[in-house]
Design a protein around this ligand. Sequence first.
Ligand SMILES: [Cu+2]
Length: 397
Amino acid sequence: MNRPYSLLLLSIALGSAIIGCSDEAKHKAMQEKYNALQTGKAKHNAISTEEMTAHSDAEMHHAMPVESAGAHKIDTAEIGRNADDLPPPLNRTQAQLVRVDLYTDELVAEIMPEVTYQYWTYNGKVPGPFIRARADDMIEIHLSHGKPGVAHQGHDAHTSAEHAAAGHSAHSIDLHAVVGPGGGAPLMQVGQGEEKSFRFKATHPGIYVYHCASPHVPSHIANGMYGMILVEPEEGLAKVDREFYVMQGEFYTRGKFGEKGFQALSKDKLLAEHPEYFLFNGRVNSLSGERALKAKVGEKIRLFVGVGSHIASNFHIIGAVFDKLYQDGAITNPPLKNVQTTTISAGSAVMIEFTAQVPGKYLLVDHNLTRSIDKGALAELIIEGAGQPELYQQVGL
Ligand SMILES: [Cu+2]
């Protein structure tokens, strides 16, 4: 488990402890104080929907020139979040306050060997942390611009001032689980060195996407600023043996797929909806080899799969049938059974459950297969254990 994520869990635990020991009057007073504070802050800091949806042409001029990878220091050896990096199922019968600490971080990392890209992230990974809460919980999101405790120095090609002048100094968060204007984003625009917070009640159980919503919004998302939030129903979810967190996102680099060196965002390709990369969890082979999803024969597997960026996925697992599919994030609806492939809309997520009966390697793909074979949308699921010849065997040898 990486450190930021440990901190997130710790924060959630602390938040839970705080609410656990407060009586009703204390909580009410806290709530009033908080509301007053928020109202005051909102007056000064809120951003209008019009501002949020600005084209922000300034950012078009921000893209860095194509240079060799060597000219850009790699900030992190691993940009991709592990598929098993998510909190365990909740085991409580009471709603509570769930505190979530997020920070934004702009990091140069390899999108594939010898190809670098400047990602914009939540907590240093793509996708951002998996947030887990329960219906009726109050969720308090804290978002700071930049890693707490680390002075912002701007990235390689920019000073902080140039960075701000380029028009993308703010980041934010819009959570699809929020019922309210902008999903929280109007209250949560954070400039450099700032931290903001807001609370919302998790009124609707489901599996949802969250993303940055600062201008130019599609660029922020295309650079990797998305994640998922699960709001479990009050009764919780059925017990399974493994859970995995996978997000598909496409990347729009100036150079073609595989072209070596530093690759800046191509806003032309973004506007033309012409990505070079389709990826699971942030980079080519992020979830393969050592980092493949792993389970055993007969285990119940649950996948949370979302599309963070702009192009819908035709999600399929080669060699598996989804025993249960909860489409469009609707986890409280009866599932579809025995499904081969599902569409996951942009800005949406699904929950899939199945049991693998035959050992071996299974591939997670977008069944628009050039995206998987030629553009990166490929992940591996390794099933270990004893096979059952009556299910799968070669004959005639
Ligand atoms: Cu952003």
